[in-house]
Design a protein around this ligand. Sequence first.
Ligand SMILES: [Fe+2]
Length: 417
Amino acid sequence: MIFRNFCYRICQGVLLQVMHIIRYNNKVISGRETIYWIPDMLEKQNIKNVLIITGPNIVKSAVFNKIISIFKKKGLKFTVFYGTSTETGIESVERARKLYFTKGCGAIIAIGGGSVIDCAKAAAAGIANPNKSINSLLGYQKVKRKIPVIVAVPATAGTGAEVTACAVIKDINGNKKIIADTRISPQYAVLDPIMTESLSKNLIAYTSMDALTHATESYINKYSLKKARTDAETAVKLIVKNIMSVYYQDGKVSSRKNMLKASYLAGRAFMRTSLGYVHSISHAIGGRYDLPHGMVVSIVLPYVLEWYGRCIYKKLAKLSDITGLSKYGMTKTQKATTYINFIKMLNHRFGIDSSFYKALADKTNNGGISKKDITNISKRAIAEANPYYPVPKIMSLRECKYLVRIILNSSSAIPSI
Ligand SMILES: [Fe+2]
């Protein structure tokens, strides 16, 4: 086991050196109503014809109608594709790519949540490789060519899809697969708080907690880069400061703007230092029971942090300090525990814990979690994380099974802070 862990660390160290070299040249435009600047941005680049990829709800919104009227006023050509709803399938990506070519487009505007932006990134990968099927581009670093300009306008604050260099899409069998290539990161991210004005409370909770998980997981990883740690710290500070205001929809534009910034920074942080067992276990649980990603990571996060134990106390204590959660005289251990308890408190306050266990009971017809499920989930989680994720402590399959069993069979007792 010692030799195995040593080999994993070597592999992670090499990957970190690669991440060091990669430059991300995303440009960020942030502020209220900045979405309406897009036609001007395109004109400046001499782009006169675009494919707009969005979701069915956004197409009906006043913001969308307004941007379309600006396009028309300026004489810019556009084609709207809104076949993407909650998850992007490979057929949607193929249709978007075909539309791009048949309409002679020169850029893609993606307006929506993570799945919409992922559809745009996957379609752009296909446009750069017109002779290859989207299916053949699934995997790592297979794009190899420059993609068309993508302007990403996130309509949720959480996934970080507007900056990350991967796209999650469902293959023809309905299995989630990824296209991961540094070339597919969108060139522009427009962070406009007008886009997150009317989200449901559940969506706000899930996406905000997803962003907090991205920042926390990337921050505690064993190998990380200073700029990624700085991004993660800023993201955590912004989330802790603004999450309640955004969740209770007190109407503050600055809070929603800050959450969009936090989501972007958390995405940029995990692009550089990767994720960990919270995400690998959550992907496996979410995939098995078809549960929302943000809901599952929120539940899994405190369990995995507690499992890591002492080796992450110093970093969690720092997060506790910079967010003002620490109290005078607390030890490092107490500060770390305070940070974990804060996450549990948020899960409880937002009703995520009760929703998760209720949804799980519904999916299993109250029949309990089978041993086979626990084994399969654990195998998938370990296969995703090891050896690539530079986690603070390496988990074995046996340990993963133990943790997954606890997570799936746990009640939701919440300590006070
Ligand atoms: Fe996530």
